[in-house]
Design a binder for this molecule. Sequence first.
Ligand code: ATP
Ligand code: HSE
Length: 323
Amino acid sequence: MAVFTTVSRDELARWLQSFDLGELLGYEGIASGIENTNYFVDLARGRFVLTLFERLSPQELPFYLELMKHLASHGIACPDPVADREGRLLSTLHAKPAALVTRLAGRARMDPGPAHCALVGEALARMHLAAVDYPGTLPNLRGLPWWVETTPKVLPFLSTDQSALLRDELATQQRFADGRVCAALPRTAVHADLFRDNVLFDQAADGSPRLGGVIDFYFAGVDSWVFDLAVTVNDWCIVDADGRFDDAKLAALLGAYRAVRRPSEAEAEAWPTMLRAAALRFWLSRLFDLHLPRPAEMVTPKDPAEFERILSARRDSASAPLC
Ligand SMILES: Nc1ncnc2c1ncn2[C@@H]1O[C@H](COP(=O)(O)OP(=O)(O)OP(=O)(O)O)[C@@H](O)[C@H]1O
Ligand SMILES: N[C@@H](CCO)C(=O)O
C-alpha cells in the first residue's frame, strides 16, 4: 500500500481552501506506486491526484512540476499541476511537499499489444519535441555519474560473472560518454522512466486503445532522446521478461516514433549502446533498492534479474536498426 502518509479529511479540506476548485466531494488513497503517497481527490471543479512527496527534495520538485505544466500546455496528455491562489504548484501538507495534478482517464496495460506500443512511440516523440523549449536543467539523477557512484556499492552482492558484466558495461558506457557520437545526440528534459505502469489507456468508441496519458515524471531529467527511447522499448517491446525483443511491438513503437520525428545519424549509431545503457540503469537501480534499501522502505523491491537478462540480450545480439 503506497499511502506512506495518512491525510485526514479535515486536513485535506483545509489545505484545499487555498485552491479555487470548489468543495471536496471525496478522496481515496491509491494503493499502487512505490515512491510517493498518492490520493485521488474529487472536487466540485474536477478530478485530481494529490501527491505527497516522500523521497524527492523541494529543490528538485519544481523541475518535475514545471515540466508537466510545460508539456500539458503543449498538448501532451500528462498530469497538469494546478496552481493555488498564490500561483504556487508546490506547497506543504502534513509536513510534506505536496502537489495537486489533474487526473487522467484510463488504466495501465501491463500486457500491451502493438497498437498500445504505437501510441506510446508517438507520444514519446511528441514529448521530445515539446520539451525543446523547456528551460529546466536538472540532469538525469540516475545517469552515468550515479552509475559510477553506485557500482562499487552493489558489487559486494554480485557473483564473479555478474561483477565482470557490470564492470565491463560501465566501462563501455564511460567510453561512449566521452566520444563524438554522444556529444552529437539531441537532448532535453526527458521522462526517463516510461515503463508500462506509467502510461494510461482507455478505449475509443470502436474499441481501439486510446492514450489516456503519461504519468510519473519524478525520474525525469535532461538526457538524450535516444536514451529515453531505449528505456521505453526495453520495457514495452520485450517477450515476457526474457529480454528478447518482440519484433511486432518494437516495429510498432519505433515506426510511430519515426513518423513524428526522424532520428538523426548520431542517434542511429548510438542505438545499440543506448539499449545497453538503458538496461544497465535499471539493473543497477534495482540492485541498489534490493541490497541497500532506504530506512523504512516498505515496498517489495523489483527484480534486478530481469534487467540483467535484458542487458545480456542487448550485448549478445544486434537489435533492429533505429532508422
Ligand atoms: N494524474 C493521474 N491520473 C490518473 N491516475 C494517476 C495519476 N497519477 C497517478 N495515478 C495513479 O496512481 C498510481 C501511482 O502513481 P505513480 O506511478 O506516480 O506512483 P509513484 O509512487 O510516484 O511511482 P512509481 O511506483 O511508479 O515509481 C498510478 O499507477 C496510477 O494508477
Ligand atoms: N520503472 C522502475 C521503477 C521506478 O519507477 C523499474 O521498473 O525499476
